[in-house]
Design a binder for this molecule. Sequence first.
Ligand code: SAH
Length: 243
Amino acid sequence: MNINILTIFPEIFEVLNSGVLSKAIKNKIISFDALDIRKNASNKHNHIDSKPYGGGEGMVMSAEPIVKTLKQIDQKKLGKVLFMSPQGERLNQNKVISLSKLKNITIICGRYEGIDQRVIDKYVDEEISVGDFVLSGGEYAAICLIDAISRHIPGTLGNKDSYLKDTFSNGLLKGDVYTKPENFDSMQVPEVLLSGNHKKIEQWKKENSLLKTFTKRPDLLKDIKLTKKQKKLLEEWASKAIL
Ligand code: SAH
């Protein structure tokens, strides 16, 4: 995947050069180019923003430097143009998976009070939000998006199956995980995980994942097709919860 990023802080994207993502970049599974909108500032003072028409607080990023930067990108490599915005569609795992299948994407990062609406109207295909809260810049949201997408591009993760078992992949939260030592601060790893009985372990993992979802994110259970066994367990837990 090729990712073009439009930002006034290209240096923020240096963080992509760590961890799993850095390997994906080194192995050319993902390439990204952070383009500095300020290089296309419309006047000699390097301004990329201006006061909002009609008054109001803050500054608005001007259309011209953003559009000039968009036009500098090889148009064959532009792909889908996304604008990170708290007003966009809220990002979820399904959206991440569908975006991970694209060859090219372009991400515009806003700052201040956002960008001139005419850029969105004419050049943006989709607005994406990372949650119902307001960040000071689209860069942090873009980094979340890029990291999440990269997990679904074959070759990024060492174990190609691990994203298939992630939280949300089957609609549930992933179960509890433990590692050495067996006893830590007088807390013991669940016995079954040490038993070597793969069938029992699998069953425990499935139940633990369902229980975790039931207690922490019951809203997720509405969106999945439950098996008879799962329904029975949920009924049991629900009756205990009421008691
Ligand atoms: N005043 C605007 C918010 C501007 S925040 C409003 O009330 O709608 C500045 C920039 O940060 C935005 O243009 C956007 O690019 C980014 N941003 C803020 N919150 C975000 C979120 N939840 N998801 C994605 N991008 C966000």
